[in-house]
Every structure is written in structure tokens, then in C-alpha cells.
Design a protein around this ligand. Sequence first.
Ligand code: BGP
Length: 467
Amino acid sequence: MQLSIPKGFFMGAAMSGPQTEGAYKKDHRLESFWDTWSDLSISDFYNKVGSYVGNNFYEKYEEDIKLFKSLHLDSFRTSIQWTRLMDQNQKLNPEGAAFYHKVCACAKDNGIELFMNLYHFDMPAYLYARGGWENREVVEAYATYARTAFREFGKEIRYWFTFNEPIVEPDQEYRSGNWYPFIKDERRGLQVQYHIALAHSLAVREFHKAKEEGYLLDDAQIGLINAFAPPYTKENPTPEDLEALRMTDGIHNRWWLDLCTSGTLPKDVFDTLKEYHAAPEVRPGDEEILKCGRVDWLGFNYYQPTRVQAPKEKLDESGYPRFADPYIWPERRMNVYRGWEIYPKGIYDFGMKMKREYPEMKFFISENGMGVEHEDRFRNEDGEIQDDYRIEFVRDHLEWVFKAIEEGAQCVGYHYWGVIDNWSWSNAFKNRYGFIEVDLMNNYERRLKKSARWIKDLIEQRDNGED
Ligand code: BGP
């Protein structure tokens, strides 16, 4: 199938501040949750590479933005680091702000549309020490940070996002216990998730205030980015499998989709949580705050589908409910390096779900990518990494994106995750995602992989008006 990118469709790069910037002590940047974890237990990170380095975007942002342009990418998303923009008294840190002003100016000079996210799993350590998202004070502090950012950069940024994957911190830090502080407690996870929903809503309220007061561009937009993949279950499901599906979809997807489209959280999910005494604490006035949570558009990060079945045990170690167990689909195809299933059709299924259930809401694919270990193996004689697997991955996903659009999905763009290799949380630099390689042994030098030439040619066809 010949891929043809529609005119006006964003083709861009996705990245985040904490995974790229490095310079972790520059500009009076505060310590983040990740720096705390790295300091406490560096062996939890692949090859003992902690949060400090990123891919040196702090020094190389001009080169990187020019590289995006040279590949014909028209947009890129990164995030402001809360730890860089604000000081401990919750006031603007002018040195941190200066860095982001430079990034905005550089994107503008190169004709690249900047999508700015405010939070990518990177809690300031001093707020984490006060209970992180379990503490309402932190929710308020986030709203102050968002207000400060809107006012400071309002005339430089058109596309704003409150959170990237708000489901990940509740899951990784509080439910599965994969990330520091390794808690396994469904109820605490739900409280954190609820507080993030409030924080998101307060930030959207601040966005509208800032707009009314003239701080923002007239056409500025606010959104939320999540991994919204609709879950699947067995082919001939039992009622219990379907129940697992309902709660997984409810907690992972509908929670955010309902919030962003109607300013509410799903009642059926709350009813079930109450039955199990696991519902988060709700305070008077919260309903009004959540009503502010509606956004202009959504970002959909997609790597793998979620497959679930009825849980074997109905309660976890703390006596809280387990709503689902993973289901291994016998026909699955894997990215063995990351341990994630590759299922491009999931992108189309999400598009169709949006068309059916949230027809007014437009979205873009805000992350999609393939991380591979030891890419050195694939170098040709000229030293270029021949990442045909990545080309195939992107092509397969784009085919389903365009099919969804043809069938009426309001998908307005595609951002590839990790256009330049970056630091991947506890996996550090194990799996490389980039179209562009980063040489860690050689001052973070950037080098194009084969996929970079491929994506450039693909977008160029559109830009030259060819079919
Ligand atoms: C998404 C995150 C990104 C990125 C990506 C790839 O969930 O938003 O920050 O890291 O996943 O995952 P990983 O880096 O763990 O391989």
C-alpha cells in the first residue's frame, strides 16, 4: 500500500524534558523524583545510567530542532520540567525559564510547531517527600506551576498538554510496584489517579483564565495525552472476562476520556470501587473542579494493546480488588527487546472507538515507536544503522491510522516517539527508539539511521504535493 500523508496532518517528533535535557543541576534546577531514585539505588537503572544525563538536548537543542526540520517533520512535543521552571517557593526560576524561551524561539525560527506538555512523570523531589500525588497540597502546587507556565510562555506556545500518560504513575509506582517506591496497593493507586484528575482539571481551569486575561494566543489549545488503547479479551469471553474488560477500560481509558469530554469520571467504575471499599476520597467541591477538565483535543500514545481476562485471585496482597489478569493472545507478535506486543490494528480500533463514543473529540497519535537493543548489529559498511524493522513498524501503524481517517476518525497527526535516541526511565539507553542515533561514547553525537531517510522521503512527497 502506498502511504500518502494528508495535507495539514501533523508529522512530528515526541520527546520529554526529563528524558532528553540532562543538565540536571544547571539553572538551579531542583531535584526530581528520578534523581532521588537514581541517588538511592543506581543499580535499578540499566547499566547504572541514572536520570542525570538525558541525551544532552539542553546543549544540543538547536542542532536537534534543525535535524527535525531537515527530516521535514513539522512539529515536536517536549515537556517543561517542573523542577527547572519553578523554585521551591513555587515561584518562577528565571534561569530555567530562559532555557525554554530559547527552545520556543528556535522552534519558531525553524518553522516547527511546538507542542508543550507540563508533566511527564517528573515530580519535584521536595513535593514527592510531602506525599506526592497522595497529597492535595501537591495538586494545588501543580495548578500554580501550570498557571506560571501559561503566563510565561502564553504567546510562544499554541498547543499545551497538562499530562503525559497520567495512568502510568498510579500503575508503576503504586499498583504494580515496578518503580520506586515499589508500592503495591490498588487503593492508594486510585487515590493518586483521582488527584491527578483533579490536578489536570485545575490546570485546564488556569488555562481558560489565562486565555480570558489575554496571556495566551487566541487559538491556543489545551489537551491531555494518554495511552488510551482499548483493551481486548479472549475470543469467547465469560461474563467474568467481560467484567475484567469493563473495569480495565474504565480505569485506564474511560476515566480520562470522560473527564476530557464531559468533565466527569465514570459512575459505573466508582460504583464498583465503592462495593470494594476502594473508591478514592472525594471532597465537597471536587465535582465542580472536575467539570473544568474538558479539553480541546487528545493525544493517543500507542505501543501495545492491553489484553485481559478474569482475575484468578479477586483480591490483592492488601485485600484490595484485582479487576483483571493479563491475557496472552496465542497469535501475538512481540517486540522482544521491550516485551511489548506489536499490534498495529489497535490504532485503528481506538480511532473507531473515538468515532463511535466521543465523536466530537479530535486526537493525534502522540507517541508510537519501536525500541530495539544493541542496534550496533545493524550497521552497514558506512556505519549507518539499517533499521528496516523500524520502518516496517511505522509503516504498518501509519496504514491503520490512514484507514481510520478514511473511515471517519478525527485523527490529525502522528508523532514518532524518540525521534532521537533518549533515556528511557529505568531502561536508560537499553532500547533505542530513534530515527537518529545518539553516540554516548562520543559526546552524544547525532547520526541518521536508515529510517530517518525513509521518513524524510515520505513527508517530502506530501510537501512537494506529490501523491
Ligand atoms: C511511554 C512514555 C515515554 C517513553 C515510551 C517508551 O509510555 O510516555 O516516556 O518512555 O513510553 O517506553 P520506554 O521508554 O519505557 O521503553
